[in-house]
Write a protein that binds this ligand. Structure first.
Ligand code: ADP
Length: 165
């Protein structure tokens, strides 16, 4: 099951929240900064031991001070116009994150709109990739609740529309 929820992802009491991280995994702005602030310094300490992460992939840590038990740090692509494999890399984030969630025994997972902030991926195109990739991953599996988190109303409307398609 996929649903859309508008608000701050750091407040969600789910098994895993996904972070829109950068390749260093050492924190940044946007949702990454919000997650590190809410989780406390233990998260950065754990991330230092991960050695970064490739674009289109993800790594998992504990949730530290967050209500969520785990943080899955996914590195989305920077938008360069769409001809640099951005869609496949973005899909890779969603797939890798769900693989890690499954391995950790998580059935409730929340995603921010990866790459649609500073990384510049157009929100409508990113929402289509997110929904298609998650539907594909969820096909044949049961009991998962995936929340697509929109920080603002415009993103919420775009995600709702992608879900209706
Ligand atoms: P990226 O670098 O992958 O583009 P950003 O953090 O800049 O990542 O933005 C990704 C999305 O996360 C944007 O839609 C942004 O509005 C949203 N966002 C920012 N803060 C939060 C938050 N606390 N909870 C949920 N979403 C957030």
């Amino acid at each position: 099951m996929i649903r859309v929820w508008q608000g701050d992802i750091t407040t969600l009491d789910v098994c895993a929240i996904v972070n829109a991280a950068n390749r260093s995994l050492l924190g940044g702005g946007g949702v990454d900064g919000a997650i590190h602030r809410a989780a406390g310094p233990g998260l950065l300490e754990e991330c230092r031991g991960l050695g970064g992460c490739e674009t289109g992939r993800a790594k998992i840590t504990g949730g530290h001070g967050l209500p969520a038990h785990h943080v899955i740090h996914a590195v989305g692509p920077v938008w360069h116009g769409g001809g640099q494999g951005e869609a496949e890399l973005l899909a890779g984030c969603y797939r890798s994150a769900m693989d890690l969630a499954e391995a950790a025994g998580c059935r409730t997972v929340a995603f921010p709109a990866i790459s649609t902030g500073v990384y510049g991926y157009p929100a409508t195109a990113a929402a289509a990739v997110a929904v298609a990739t998650l539907r594909d991953w969820l096909a044949g599996r049961e009991g998962y609740e995936v929340t697509l988190v929109a920080f603002d109303g415009a993103t919420a409307a775009i995600l709702e529309k992608a879900l209706e398609a």
